[in-house]
Design a binder for this molecule. Sequence first.
Ligand SMILES: [Mg+2]
Length: 241
Amino acid sequence: MSVRAVIFDWGGTLTPWHDIDLVEMWGAYASAFEPEGDPRVLAERLAREEISRWRVQQASSGADGTGALDQLFLSVGIDVSTPRHGRALAAYLAHWEPHTLADPDALGLLGALRQRGIRVGVLSNTMWPRWHHEAVFSRDGLLPLIDAAVYSSEIPVAKPHADAFRSALAAVGEPPRTTVFVGDRPWDDVHGAQAVGMRAILVPHSRLGDQAVDVAVQPDAVVQRLGDVLDVVMAWDSDGG
Ligand SMILES: [Mg+2]
């Protein structure tokens, strides 16, 4: 069976895992939104709301999606149409920048897959808007190498829900049997992809902590660095496996 497409998770896969303090991250938003006040109060509210949304998504196995940042802001009473919000959002996203840099292997890997006629996709559980993900990919030279991307902020479900994977397969235009998924989460990525009939490669370096789901999954392959995905995919492509 040939491999016609490879779909990647983003956080912890195309970009290395970082431990993130969400209150600290939202502090950048709050400081820009309320320069006179104590940023901690708003930062803690936003972090609590975000964590609660991730927990609902996880508890429902993705049947409840992540939603989008705008919904998160509205649920804490922030008017997203104001310039003040726009400035604060820009400060927040800029604060994330060091944590969004692509894995050093990503550019070479995606280019090598495309050179071999293999389509490249992305499926990410994220509240961020597409335009921001595209800016991040563009900064690192990856955007022209991605044929299609599906972000859970734009669909009603999230990984590991089958409909999230089906959306990504439809976006790259390949069936599951010729498509490989690459991710860092055994439940959301490996189990979810295998459940719709894709082969799944695990990149096992993320410290998932309480975001880990206790489940036994058997990845089709495990790679110790992102660039090793190429050898696995090429072996599957040539051996009919
Ligand atoms: Mg991930």
